[in-house]
Design a binder for this molecule. Structure first.
Ligand code: CP
Length: 306
């Protein structure tokens, strides 16, 4: 169905062909960055982040600037009229009247969808609670495509907080659009994927294996995607204390890994990967974050110009 004029709320709003189009445009942007430097001249994007962010907010802002457009940022919520009691709907109406694209992050699930119902401009979900982070999944899938030459036939593991992690959930859902050989879901028992995600994997007939031990599958893996425990989403601090520090990737962990294993992480990482791993050939997470700019440039181009 293509991209033009569309909202980006879930990775499952898109099909494989859409994502392959996105990858091709991102490839071309990487190869010929100056070709796109006036692509969105005159366009204005709004970033409205009600939760902290480094990569998503700044890479969307970089992306629109590199396409020749500009951005406005809602800034600290305390400095906006939300602090005076203005509701999200009125805030979105105003942003919609100022800009061409709205990028929104909020802790409440469904906020981006709600914004998309109000705004005429395309709305991009930059993360809603534990639910969706579609553009992160696009970057993650593009990273696998770039570093491994494709996604089909690979043994992929997603490790960490699969219950509250929206990046992990969105990647798991996004992988159903491709044909990985096996999908290993590695987490402490308390942080397993949610029932609705499990149901989706079953319906999509993905060959997935749940385990709490990386050592059971490390030697099989082509891709290891690690995530942090989402401390801020635990309703009960005692629940967090039970799983805090329960997994950590070290040089020792990687002894049995394939030579060409790649390790990805949506970042920020907060101790679940030993710093010594950063220097290994396996660590691709900083390059992955850098790919966020061409992928988001490609997305902005496609939803604005087609
Ligand atoms: N991966 C990601 O969403 O990072 P930020 O929270 O820094 O945007």
């Amino acid at each position: 169905v293509g991209f033009k004029g569309r909202d980006v709320l879930s990775i499952l709003d898109f099909n494989r062909e859409d994502l392959e189009t996105l990858f091709k445009v991102a490839d071309d942007i990487k190869a010929n960055p100056f070709k796109y430097s006036e692509e969105l001249k005159g366009a204005v994007l709004a970033t409205a982040f009600f939760e902290p962010s480094t990569r998503t907010r700044l890479s969307f802002q970089t992306a629109i600037l590199r396409l020749g457009g500009s951005y406005i940022d809602l800034g600290e919520i305390e400095r906006s009229s939300i602090a005076k009691g203005e509701n999200i709907a009125d805030t979105v109406k105003m942003l919609d009247s100022y800009v061409d694209i709205i990028v929104i992050r909020h802790r409440i699930e469904g906020t981006a969808k709600f914004a998309a119902e109000i705004a005429e401009s395309p709305v991009i979900n930059a993360g809603d609670g534990r639910k969706h982070h579609p553009t992160q999944a696009m970057i993650d899938l593009y990273s696998i495509h770039t570093f491994k030459g494709g996604i089909d036939g690979l043994n992929v593991a997603v490790m960490g907080d699969l219950k509250y992690g929206r990046a992990a959930t969105s990647l798991i859902l996004g992988l159903t659009l491709f044909k990985p050989k096996a999908l290993y879901l590695i987490s402490p028992p308390e942080l397993r994927i949610r029932p609705e995600v499990m149901e989706y994997l079953k319906q999509a007939k993905v060959n997935f294996i749940e385990t709490s031990k990386l050592e059971d599958c490390i030697s099989e893996l082509d891709v290891l995607y690690v995530t942090r425990i989402q401390k801020e989403r635990f309703p009960d601090p005692a629940e967090y204390e039970k799983v805090r520090g329960s997994y950590r990737i070290t040089l020792e962990t990687l002894k049995e890994a394939k030579d060409d294993l790649i390790i990805l992480h949506p970042l920020p990482k907060v101790g679940e990967i030993d710093l010594k791993v950063d220097k290994t050939k396996h660590a691709k997470y900083f390059e992955q974050a850098t790919l966020g700019v061409p992928v988001r440039m490609a997305l902005l181009k496609l939803i604005t110009r087609g």
